[in-house]
Design a binder for this molecule. Sequence first.
Ligand SMILES: [Zn+2]
Ligand SMILES: [Zn+2]
Length: 396
Amino acid sequence: MSSKMTHKQELWRSALGTNYPKEYMEKNEQRLYSELRDIRALPENRTCADCGAKGTVWASVNLGVFLCMTCGAHHRSLGTHISKPKGATGTYWWGEDEIAHMKSHGNAQAKMVYGEPMPPNGVTSDDPIKWKQYLTDKYVQKSIKFLELHTQTPATAESCMDLQVTLTVLQNTTDVMATQIQEMWRSALGTNYPKEYMEKNEQRLYNELLDIRDLPENRTCADCGTKGTVLWASVNLGVFLCMTCGAHHRSLGTHISKPKGATGTYWWGEDEIAHMKSHGNARAKLVYGESEPPNGVTPDDPVKWKQYLTDKYVHKRYAPSPDKVATPVLTKTPPSTPTNFSPQSSKNTKFTDVLMPDISSIQFDSPRTPTVESKNEKTGAPIVSPTQDFFASFGL
Ligand SMILES: [Zn+2]
Ligand SMILES: [Zn+2]
């Protein structure tokens, strides 16, 4: 670790302004390139965003579009304040931030913002001056219009500059985080957060967890029904548990349950908190049944209790029959979080998606305690970048 810190100066800077340790880039080169290739291979990204030609070997990283070689070359003439073109065939490194940006943007979205890849009549990429005018009209003027449309206030070149300033600030924040990139903490749901971020937000995150833990429905243990001592939780199952039941969950194995103390001893990531918020004991009742073990079975008998938990969470033996889980029951569930519930989504169709912990998406080999170092995380789950969130918030 300390040897790594002395090599802190060996950083590689992405076109979006994030610094990554070169060592990290070298290690992840192949994986990152495969990810880029997968995005480039999507049907919508196979034709050039500017001229419509088939075959895209370049991209504009900041505009988030894939381009043919000719158009990629033309983007160079626009200046990097408008476009940052880069080869997408393995010659150059692509950072996590750049790949995330291409993924969340791409040529389909670009059509909505900048229009179809159709230059005005008679303008071809053979005429550098006219083509440059076309690209400027397209990417500068259209983005002003788009901003206008979405902010409902007259946008000007100045407000676009504001946007640029905001971006720069965010990128600087990302830089700070990136230099600490090896010091990551991994949540039980598999997200890597910079430790610095976790330290900074520890209190806020814990308060959020407490608020959820204190909801009436979360105050009785999801397994045995004990009141008021629910100090543990199963992060992936999204239930709050008494200390005894929390301990029993350890015996189930992390492929079934990932228990964690909920009293401030452990860090809780944003993803884990969002998960507890969108699940919780009220919803668990609808999925796994009431907190009533079969007659005579108590947590004092580890073998029988383990069987009860397995029946409950794995085989769903105590799940209410589908007719009991009708709409009226659903309306009783707390409207706790907007995070995973879009108001426009139909309650009935989204019901199972929302309720079932997506076990398949959870990585089970992650360390549970925050003290375990997960430096240079092998497969590197996407690093959370504020820049990325920023773009996502635009819905682009
Ligand atoms: Zn082209
Ligand atoms: Zn219990």
